[in-house]
Design a protein around this ligand. Structure first.
Ligand SMILES: [Zn+2]
Ligand SMILES: [Zn+2]
Length: 257
């Protein structure tokens, strides 16, 4: 039987852990340093991501949350050391502003294209709620020994959304701010203006080489940052940078406001 998680090494110590069997095609990432490792997001919670991580490293794990949406915190329950931006921490502690029924409808919106693990049971599915160890702020640096990860606060998709930037390698882990496909900025908790500002913030980083997103196609050229930035500029010029203006279509992505 094909395993639920697909492992792909971006390099020897940077590993994507993907869930292609689910329509959302979610990616989490393991970044292995010399004295600890960071796990960027923990996926959908359909399979046990800790079992996969344990096969890849014995180092202590810091779970860095790009944002507190159910599809990226599914495996948080398996870990102790949880990092969340301070503006999303309320959702982690008190729960998301959508119901469990809604989450389950989203989860099952399209049939699985791969068989889920035998122990997966939708009736027992729950969304993680709990404490965090560290509340993150913009410009915080997470030290893994020989690797340093910079936190960039990029609100818009969620108030406490962050991107994680490794200047040395030029990797940027963009969560749900940037991926190929439909970008979501239409929920009440999203903010189209902040979304645009966050993209502009990334455009100003000096050494982005590789975009590693939270969904869909795994490794994206850095050009997408500029493309999405220009798309937002066009939407703004047309006076449409606000909720309720619908789906704005571009070549590699669309933006739902
Ligand atoms: Zn999200
Ligand atoms: Zn997502």
């Amino acid at each position: 039987m094909k395993k639920w998680f697909t492992i792909k090494r971006i390099d020897n110590t940077t590993i994507a852990i993907s869930e292609y069997g689910h329509w959302e095609k979610v990616h989490s990432y393991l970044i292995i340093g010399s004295n600890s490792a960071a796990l960027i997001d923990t996926g959908l919670g359909i399979g046990n991501i800790k079992e996969v991580v344990d096969e890849l490293t014995n180092l202590p794990i810091k779970v860095i949350t790009t944002h507190v949406h159910w599809d990226h915190i599914g495996g948080h329950k398996h870990f102790k050391d949880i990092y969340v931006h301070e503006e999303d921490s309320k959702w982690l502690e008190e729960g998301l502003p959508i119901s469990l029924e809604q989450v389950k409808r989203n989860l099952l919106q399209q049939p699985f294209s791969q068989k889920p693990p035998n122990d997966f049971n939708i009736d027992q599915y729950s969304v993680y709620k709990g404490e965090q160890t560290v509340k993150l702020k913009d410009k915080d640096v997470i030290d893994l020994g020989n690797r340093k990860l910079q936190i960039i606060h990029t609100p818009g998709h969620s108030p406490g959304h962050i991107c994680i930037y490794e200047k040395e390698t030029g990797y940027i882990f963009t969560g749900d701010l940037i991926y190929k496909g439909m970008l979501y900025a239409f929920f009440p908790s999203t903010d189209p203006i902040k979304y645009k500002e966050s993209i502009d913030k990334l455009r100003n980083l000096e050494n982005i080489q590789t975009v590693l997103p939270g969904h869909n196609e795994l490794i994206i050229s850095k050009d997408i940052v500029i493309q999405i930035g220009e798309a937002f500029e066009l939407i703004e010029r047309n006076g449409l940078l606000k909720h309720g203006t619908g789906v704005h279509k571009f070549i590699n992505f669309s933006i739902k406001l």
